[in-house]
Design a protein around this ligand. Structure first.
Ligand SMILES: N[C@@H](CCC(=O)N[C@@H](CS)C(=O)NCC(=O)O)C(=O)O
Length: 219
């Protein structure tokens, strides 16, 4: 089994967190987006979108981190995908994460990291739209997490992974999460209680800190 990605990518991180949590063995190939590795004919044959992550598991070639994680959870019988009604709630939050929750943060990444690195000015309108989207959906998550330790049931699941991924570049992109104390407390709980989540946070920083120094992006 081989994962193609970049430890600094929030989408790759979702799969790495699942793999570490499961304890699965895998090979890893770095696809450096800043080097154009995602645009080679070989990589485009795996994912015509030119995006990471991609998992190759025998004859199975999968892109989209959520699909990869569902494959891993089923293959290894992992506790990351609950059974019964909680299974559908897990999928509900995973779909919500992709459709709504993760819409704003990539725009902040573009404005505050990519454009700065390219020497382009920030677009205040794009930043305001991203913040408005984040606040709108964080209000939903904030209420949901009021009396809960994890997003679904009483343990870490793929829903937590898909939602918490937006914290990956918190110190570089500044989403307005501090206004949502239950969301902040939940994310801290993941770091404190889920070794795989803390490990991927450390790997993100090891990758991003020198990269930012080189590219000049982030603040
Ligand atoms: N919906 C995809 C998103 C993947 C994605 O946005 N990957 C980014 C890195 S985090 C990427 O490969 N960007 C390169 C590009 O857009 O050209 C998933 O969940 O896997």
């Amino acid at each position: 089994m081989k994962l193609y990605g970049d430890p600094g990518s929030g989408s790759t991180r979702r799969v790495l967190a699942a793999l570490y949590h499961i304890g699965a063995e895998f090979d890893f190939e770095l696809i450096d987006l800043f080097n154009g590795d995602n645009r080679t004919p070989q990589f485009l044959a795996l994912n015509p979108n030119g995006m990471i992550p991609v998992l190759v598991d025998g004859d199975v070639v999968l892109w989209e981190a959520s699909a990869i994680n569902l494959h891993l959870a089923e293959k290894f019988g992992a506790d990351l995908l609950p059974s019964g009604a909680d299974r559908m709630l897990t999928l509900q939050w995973m779909f919500w994460a992709g459709e709504h929750w993760r819409q704003g943060p990539p725009a902040l990444f573009t404005e505050r990291i990519v454009k700065v690195a390219m020497g382009l000015p920030e677009d205040p309108r794009a930043l305001a739209d991203a913040d408005a989207s984040i606040r709108k959906f964080a209000t939903t998550l904030e209420a949901h997490l009021k009396d809960r330790r994890y997003v679904v049931g009483d343990r870490f699941s793929l829903a937590d992974i898909d939602l918490a991924a937006t914290f990956t570049h918190l110190s570089r992109t500044f989403p307005p999460y501090a206004e949502f104390p239950n969301v902040m407390a939940w994310h801290q709980r993941l770091l404190d209680e889920v070794p795989a989540w803390a490990r991927t946070r450390d790997e993100v920083e090891q990758r991003m800190v020198p990269l930012m120094a080189k590219l000049g992006g982030g603040k």
